[in-house]
Write a protein that binds this ligand. Sequence first.
Ligand SMILES: *Cc1c(COP(=O)(O)O)cnc(C)c1O
Length: 371
Amino acid sequence: MSGFREAVIDLEAIRSNVRHLSALVGTPHVMAVVKANGYGHGAVPVAVAALQGGADWLGVADIEEALELRDAGISAPILAWLHDPDADFHSAVSDDVDLGISSARQLQQAADAALELGLTAAVHLKLDTGLSRNGIPECDWAEVMALAAEHERAGRLSVRGIFSHLSNASADDDAESLERFERGLEAARRAGLTPALVHLAASAAALRLPAARYSMVRLGIAVYGLSPFDDESSAQLGLIPAMTLRGRVAAVRRVAAGAGVSYDHLWRAPVDSTLALVPLGYADGIPRQASGLARVGLRDDTHPVVGRIAMDQFVVSVGQAEVTVGDDVVLFGDPSTGVPSASDWALAAQTINYDIVTRIGRRVPRRHINA
Ligand SMILES: *Cc1c(COP(=O)(O)O)cnc(C)c1O
């Protein structure tokens, strides 16, 4: 029987999305990005499914996330790129986790850890090409690359990759970043570095900017079957949303016209109406901003969320339709089945689909199907 509240994750959708995307981009390597608990889908099962679908690299933000994958027995190459200033790189180096390097300091920390362990640290130099976040700024490229080459000659480091990340601000901004990235590759050649992997594109650029594909793309949102674009849907991209967020109707009540619903009586029934109580709230990651704006799937139809979304629950008005306690209610899933999508919820909450799936809370069990 299906649970009270749960996120059902279709691992065949993950495999199918990765297969489809890999064929589409045609790069020698494909990284599936499984940071933030696999965008809320469960990092380990998603990583396994993505590898089955043809990805050959995994990407995460923190080293801890990489170690969770290693602890689960995953031996595929993993890159982690966001580090605590006092990060202990030893566990990463000894567990064969590649490090994204954004400063001379991090490079030195990696080299020190490798020296102490008697191992070689595999690193990917991350260049800032216009995002102004944590890559190496252009003014430091020559210095960091020279240092990297020196450590490489000494056997402490292997510069396995050079990468950057795009702003997706506009076609012009991305073109400028691409130019800057090319300058970075040239600087690396001058420094005597010969990285096997050159990677720039995340999902959006992988799909729309072939020049950014290089030898590997880093696919996040698209792996989960969601579109990175406002103007193109999952289905148009050939992707299948992997997460269905659902629950069971916990209570049903018939109210008279004028009855106020939920906190602050944000909504009053305009006519006699049947209400269904859905046992998920903002503690579960349901955006409170979507109060009165989102819809849910119930008995082959969709119905509006009415009144404030509370911490544990919210109310749906089904009007004059039939509904019973225990009915299946779908907040979002694959829209080709007639239910709302994560993107519909994003629109209602004035955010992006990434935010909708990654914010699903701990109280919502993940049930993985088609493993
Ligand atoms: C999160 C992330 C990605 C994946 O981005 P999507 O838009 O989800 O494909 C790729 N690269 C880096 C550096 C990231 O932080």
